[in-house]
Design a binder for this molecule. Sequence first.
Ligand SMILES: CC(C)(COP(=O)(O)OP(=O)(O)OC[C@H]1O[C@@H](n2cnc3c(N)ncnc32)[C@H](O)[C@@H]1OP(=O)(O)O)[C@@H](O)C(=O)NCCC(=O)NCCS
Length: 168
Amino acid sequence: MKTPHQIQFEAFAAAGGLYDERHAKLYADLADDLIEDGSFSILYEGVAHACYTPITIDKASHLKCHVLAPLAVLPDYQRKGYATRPREEAEKQLDADVIFVMGEPFHYANRYNAPHKVLPPVRTQAPLECWFARELTPGALDGVGDSTSNISGPYAAPLMWGHPSEQV
Ligand SMILES: CC(C)(COP(=O)(O)OP(=O)(O)OC[C@H]1O[C@@H](n2cnc3c(N)ncnc32)[C@H](O)[C@@H]1OP(=O)(O)O)[C@@H](O)C(=O)NCCC(=O)NCCS
């Protein structure tokens, strides 16, 4: 059975585009660090892995929120729903109001489609169009308006929110 580190490394190493093996190591190490730090971790059927870390919306600190990262599916198993099923399972287990994720719209825009004005917890050059929210409690973000957010632990490192071209 592959470890979370192996799944993350192999997925990002094979992703191409902006990513190479240095990114793969960075994100695989992040996964290990998050697990060590107590973030929620889900390993699905030995082929998919994801971590979820608590994040606080400063103007709505009563909401239970998590941010998803990193997410990976082994190359041979991609485009078959293996990224979707562990997220469904994680959302059941987490009992959260909102899940945030930073990433490509083609991966996330459908599932994480709640309009919101919550800023990412770490300063980043990434466009806000890539910062998505999914309400697990319907209407959770209604009326929250503009807010900053906060995160601690390994995913609070500014490097992890940088553009891939600046990360290695
Ligand atoms: C991104 C990744 C986790 C998706 O895994 P997957 O098993 O192929 O995804 P699924 O089959 O469950 O599909 C999830 C969604 O992404 C979409 N999708 C997945 N790969 C896609 C691609 N290459 N192009 C366009 N859409 C894609 C699917 O259509 C689906 O959309 P929906 O939620 O609107 O139905 C996987 O490709 C991967 O590990 N890539 C390398 C690591 C990575 O890039 N992680 C994300 C960083 S932001």
